[in-house]
Design a protein around this ligand. Structure first.
Ligand code: ATP
Length: 335
C-alpha cells in the first residue's frame, strides 16, 4: 500500500485554503483501497510561530473537528496529534546529527526571514528562533518515522521533502542499513492555491483567511470584503486575474466555472459575482458546518479519538522503528 502523509499546523482556525488544498483532496484519497493514510495535527510545528498556549489548544481542537466533519474516517486512517508521538521528537534529534547545517541554511522559510532582516538593515538572524531553522528536520522526522512514500504538498514545500530524502539517505548510509524509505513529493497540479481576502495566498500567518466554518452571515460578509479592482458593472473583467474567480473555481463544477468566465467577460457586477461565490461555498460547506458544530460541542470525544490514534500508531509503527534506530546508532535498548 502507498503511504500518504498530510499535516496541518495548529496555528489558527482552519480556512478555505486548508480545505481545498489539503483536507478535501486528502479525505478523497483516503477512500482508495491501495492507500494507507497518515493525517496529523502539527502542534509541534505551530510552536515556531504561535507561542500562545490557549490558541494552540483551541486550534488543535478546531482542526481535528474540521478533518472529522469533512469525512475523515478514523477507523480507516491514522489520525493523531504530533506531540502525542514522542518518537517524532526523538527521531528529530537522530536526524539532526546527520543533517548538514549548510542544507538548512538554504531552506526557504529560514532564507525568507534572513532576507527580510537584510532588507530592514538588521542582523541576519535577528528575531529568528532555532525552531524555524530546524523546521525541515522535524518535518523529515514526521515523514521518515512512518516511511511515508507520498507527501502531497504545494510547490513551496518540495524543498522540504528533498531534505527529508537527503537526511534519510545519509542516515541509511552512515549506519549501513535500509532504515528509511525515501519519500516522493507529490505535487498536486490540480489543487489550486487559494488567494486570501487581500489577494495574497490565504494563510493563517497573513490573517487574511475565510474560516472554513464561519457562520453563514460571517461568510457572506467576508466574501463581500474580498479585494477587487474598481471595474464597474458592464465593464469586461479578467477572470484569471480575479481572486473572486479563483475562489469560485475551487467550489464550482466545470460548467459553472465556464459560465462564470463568460459572465466576467460580459462585465458581471462584483456584487453579483460575490453573491454567487458565497452561494457556492455555502452549498458545499453547510452540511459540514453542522457536523463540525456537533463535534465541537463534545471535545472530550475528539480528545479520546486522538489519544487512541496515537497509542495504536506508536505500538504498530513508531516504537518498533525507534527501537531499531536506537540499536543502529548505539543507544541503549529501552524495551
Ligand atoms: P501557516 O500560516 O500557519 O503556515 P497555513 O494556513 O498557510 O498555515 P498550513 O497549516 O501550513 O497552512 O498548511 C496545511 C495544508 O493546507 C497544506 O497542505 C497546505 O498546502 C494547505 N494550504 C494552506 N494554505 C493554502 C491555500 N491558500 N491554498 C491551498 N492550500 C493551502
Amino acid at each position: 500500500k502507498t503511504r500518504i502523509l498530510t499535516g496541518i499546523t495548529t496555528s489558527g482556525t482552519p480556512h478555505l485554503g486548508n480545505y481545498v488544498g489539503a483536507i478535501r483532496p486528502a479525505v478523497a484519497a483516503s477512500r482508495a483501497d491501495d492507500a494507507e493514510s497518515f493525517y496529523f495535527l502539527a502542534d509541534l510545528h505551530s510552536l515556531i510561530k504561535a507561542q500562545d498556549p490557549a490558541r494552540t489548544q483551541r486550534s488543535t481542537l478546531e482542526i481535528a473537528a474540521a478533518w472529522l466533519a469533512c469525512g475523515l474516517d478514523p477507523e480507516r486512517v491514522w489520525f493523531y496529534r504530533q506531540s502525542d508521538v514522542p518518537e517524532i521528537t526523538e527521531l528529530t534529534w537522530l536526524l539532526t546529527c546527520v543533517a548538514a547545517k549548510g542544507i538548512l541554511n538554504r531552506a526557504h522559510a529560514y532564507k525568507a526571514a534572513v532576507d527580510r532582516n537584510r532588507a530592514e538593515g538588521e542582523d541576519d538572524d535577528a528575531g529568528v528562533n532555532a525552531g524555524l531553522f530546524m523546521y525541515p528536520v522535524l518535518m523529515a522526522a514526521d515523514i521518515l518515522l512512518f516511511n511515508a512514500d507520498r507527501v502531497p504538498v504545494g510547490r513551496d514545500q518540495v524543498q522540504h521533502i528533498e531534505m527529508a530524502r537527503d537526511f534519510g539517505q545519509r542516515f541509511n548510509h552512515i549506519y549501513g542499513g535500509e532504515y528509511f524509505r525515501l519519500p516522493e513529493a507529490a505535487i498536486e497540479e490540480s489543487v489550486a492555491t487559494l488567494p486570501g481576502l487581500d489577494g495574497r495566498k490565504m494563510s493563517k500567518s497573513y490573517d487574511n483567511t475565510i474560516p472554513l466554518f464561519a457562520p453563514r452571515a460571517t461568510l457572506r460578509k467576508l466574501v463581500a470584503s474580498i479585494v477587487t479592482d474598481s471595474r464597474a458593472p458592464g465593464e469586461p473583467k479578467d477572470a484569471d486575474a480575479s481572486n473572486v474567480f479563483q475562489l469560485y473555481q475551487a467550489f464550482a463544477s466545470d460548467e459553472e466555472t465556464a459560465a462564470m468566465r463568460r459572465a466576467f467577460a460580459q462585465g458581471i457586477a462584483w456584487g453579483e459575482a460575490k453573491q454567487q461565490l458565497f452561494e457556492r461555498i455555502d452549498a458545499e460547506v453547510a452540511p459540514l458546518r453542522e457536523r463540525y458544530e456537533t463535534l465541537m460541542a463534545r471535545p472530550q470525544d475528539i480528545e479520546r479519538l486522538l489519544r487512541d490514534g496515537a497509542r495504536r500508531l506508536r505500538a504498530q509503527h513508531a516504537t518498533p522503528l525507534l527501537r531499531e534506530l536506537r540499536e543502529a546508532v548505539g543507544l541503549r535498548d529501552l524495551s
